[in-house]
Design a binder for this molecule. Structure first.
Ligand code: LRH
Ligand code: MN
Length: 391
């Protein structure tokens, strides 16, 4: 394929790409040491959605906002969905939360007490009602369930309880609704996390049915884990439902995707593009899951979307014919060089052109800064409680 054709196809694919934003990234967040407030932070889900819509307005590729329950509880979810549509975005995945209720100290779906498990299942049924009210088709489940000390509970019994609870939740979904199950190797539990890795999540979703898939959060692996291998394997099984994109230097740092390791993000997007999973109908939801503890939140989300676009653009510019030929002929350095040529390509001009062809400013960061929106919300949003994790 001629390079010019590859560029044209890359631009077409980039115009179709969509990245879902997390409502909680627009609220305050932090660590156990401190949660810093920032001027203009939203006080409610309507303001969070308004801020997310700013990211879509300047990038053109962030048309969905993921909600987190109960952080985004409102009296009228139809009104919130209409508010979003009025701003050119829509409600995406609905995240459950079983990591902040006192009753779930020893677990939620894995808890030894069937009454506590029933409470956790009911919470997920409440989230499914929110899906119905907002038009969302996806339930996202992350379980903080785990153990801190050996012997604290039966590892096997907890897996049985989770399987039974998940099947009750899956059974409560409408036929056109889906579930994605996220894994994480540690925190808040420090000995065992009941859904610690892709294999455990995969086993549970395969036991549930076709409308259950795995969420891969890029910050949820042991240091040194080859994430693109997991991506390739889950795609091969047709069970990669979503990404929670972020980056980290050490643990679940939830930093801007691509900030800590842009080469890893490129390698992940290379596996995605190689499988055609970047296509809008691939069934893979590309979501951000980040916390902007010290940086301004809307510009950070804009930068994060740009990082995903740039990694995707590089992956779309890989000379696939040359790569395949080198791989099949055992040309180790040749194959590596083909991939590195794409990675070492400065795609920023290409992505800027894509924005212009979409009728947008080529530099979303500068366009947002020039809009005065940040100053407007800092002046308007005085009083009331700033949104956060409510922990
Ligand atoms: C858990 C997690 C999960 C969300 C939470 C905000 O670490 O990645 O996806 O529920 O962050
Ligand atoms: Mn996550």
């Amino acid at each position: 394929m001629a390079a010019s054709t590859r560029v044209a196809e890359a631009k077409a694919a980039l115009k179709e790409q969509t990245i879902e934003l997390p409502s909680w990234a627009f609220g305050n967040s932090g660590t156990r040491f401190k949660v810093f407030g920032q001027a203009g932070v939203p006080r409610d889900p309507f303001e969070k959605v308004a801020d997310a819509a700013q990211v879509h307005q300047y990038t053109g590729v962030a048309p969905r906002v993921s909600l987190h329950i109960p952080w985004d509880l409102v009296d009228d979810f139809e009104a919130l969905a209409r508010h979003a549509e009025g701003l050119g975005v829509r409600i995406g995945m609905i995240n459950s939360n079983v990591f902040q209720d006192d009753d779930f100290m020893l677990g939620s779906l894995a808890h030894p007490d069937p009454r506590v498990r029933a409470k956790a299942v009911d919470h997920h049924k409440q989230c499914i009602d929110v899906m119905r009210a907002t038009g969302s088709k996806d339930l996202k489940v992350w379980l903080s369930d785990g153990l801190n000390y050996p012997g604290q509970d039966s590892i096997r019994a907890r897996q049985d309880r989770i399987a039974e609870s998940l099947s009750e939740i899956y059974g409560a979904l409408d036929d056109d609704q889906h579930m994605v199950l996220e894994y994480k190797f540690f925190e808040p539990a420090f000995y065992i996390t009941d859904v610690p890795d892709w294999g455990t999540s995969l086993l549970h979703v395969m036991a549930l049915g076709d409308r259950a898939k795995v969420v891969l959060d890029t910050g949820h692996h042991a240091p040194g884990t080859n994430i693109e291998f997991i991506v390739a394997q889950l795609l091969r099984q047709g069970r990669l439902g979503a990404f929670d994109f972020n980056s980290r230097f050490y643990a679940d740092d939830d930093l801007m995707v691509g900030a800590a390791d842009p080469f890893q993000l490129f390698r992940i997007m290379h596996e995605i593009v190689s499988a055609g999973a970047h296509a809008p109908d691939s069934g893979v939801n590309f979501m951000l899951d980040q916390c902007h503890n010290i940086e301004p939140k809307i510009p950070a989300q804009i930068r994060s979307v740009m990082n995903v676009q740039e990694a995707t653009a590089k992956a779309l510019l890989v000379d696939v014919e040359a790569l395949t030929a080198a791989q099949l002929s055992g040309d180790v350095l040749g194959a590596h060089a083909v991939l590195m040529d794409a990675y070492d390509t400065d795609v920023r001009p290409l992505v800027a052109e894509v924005r212009e062809e979409m009728g947008l400013e080529p530099n979303p960061t500068a366009a947002f800064a020039a809009s005065g929106y940040a100053e407007k919300i800092a002046a308007e949003r005085v009083g009331g409680a700033q949104a956060g994790w409510g922990a």
